[in-house]
Design a protein around this ligand. Structure first.
Ligand code: DC
Length: 227
């Protein structure tokens, strides 16, 4: 199986790159944040309030977690319930940020991620894929772009929507998230020693995909590795 790890900063375009690469290569694209989001949904559904060590231990010992791809869409099931439509809600994002630092919960997610990578050609995207989840991935990319470019992309996405933030708000929020991601105790965001750094500041998505494909040099027809 061929495993490609993609990590990077918020707003760097890593998800779009992972999707684009997976499509070109005919691989599955595994968004690992979706698992933390699915677990956060179940945690909220149970009305458990603010997470702490004891609650998370009981919680993680009582769940059955499954990921399934249906028509190229990643579905996250917890105890048989498909949380896919709820993954992007704001409250889910907030709770995912609170449950994801617990090591016992990350261990469970790690097992699922590794098992999937063992049995699939996959582009796996997250924060700690190259460093912790798949240290032996065939290819590792760390995607970044300048703060200003990332903030501008996000600002443009939200412009015109109700309660859209100002550019300055977006930039401040992005700096805070970078700081949190890079300085958290558990699995901080950082390139693996053998990651290839992709700076997408001055590149279109197509150029970025092309650049990664050249590095991977996988023959798109037969997926044979050529080096
Ligand atoms: O990438 P995202 O916004 O969907 O991630 C959701 C949450 O999960 C976010 O708080 C970071 C966390 N996460 C993580 O800790 N490790 C990963 N590999 C992916 C996401």
């Amino acid at each position: 199986m061929i495993n490609i790890a993609i990590d990077g900063h918020v707003g760097s375009g890593k998800s779009t790159l992972a999707k684009g690469l997976a499509k070109k290569l005919g691989f599955d694209m595994f968004d690992t944040g979706a698992i933390y989001r699915g677990l956060a949904c179940e945690f909220m559904k149970r009305g458990l309030g603010e997470p702490n060590q004891e609650k998370i231990e009981n919680f993680i010992n009582s769940i059955d977690l499954k990921i399934e791809f249906i028509d190229d869409i990643e579905h996250v099931y917890v105890n048989g319930f498909d949380y896919t439509p709820y993954l992007r809600l704001e409250e889910t994002s907030v709770m995912a940020g609170k449950v994801s630092p617990f090591i016992i919960l990350r261990k469970k997610v790690l097992e699922i991620q590794r098992e999937f990578a063992k049995t699939h050609n996959v582009v796996m995207e997250g924060r700690d894929i190259g460093t912790e989840v798949l240290p032996n991935a065939d290819y590792k990319f760390f995607v970044t772009a300048s703060e200003e470019v990332r903030a501008k992309r996000r600002f443009d996405q939200m412009k015109g929507k109700p309660n859209a933030p100002t550019y300055e708000d977006v930039l401040r929020d992005l700096r805070e998230r970078d700081f949190r991601d890079e300085h958290r105790e558990v699995s901080p965001l950082k390139p693996a020693k053998d990651s290839i750094i992709i700076d997408s500041s001055n590149q279109t998505l197509d150029e970025t995909i092309q650049k990664c494909l050249e590095i991977i040099k996988i023959n798109e027809q037969n997926l044979k590795k050529v080096f």
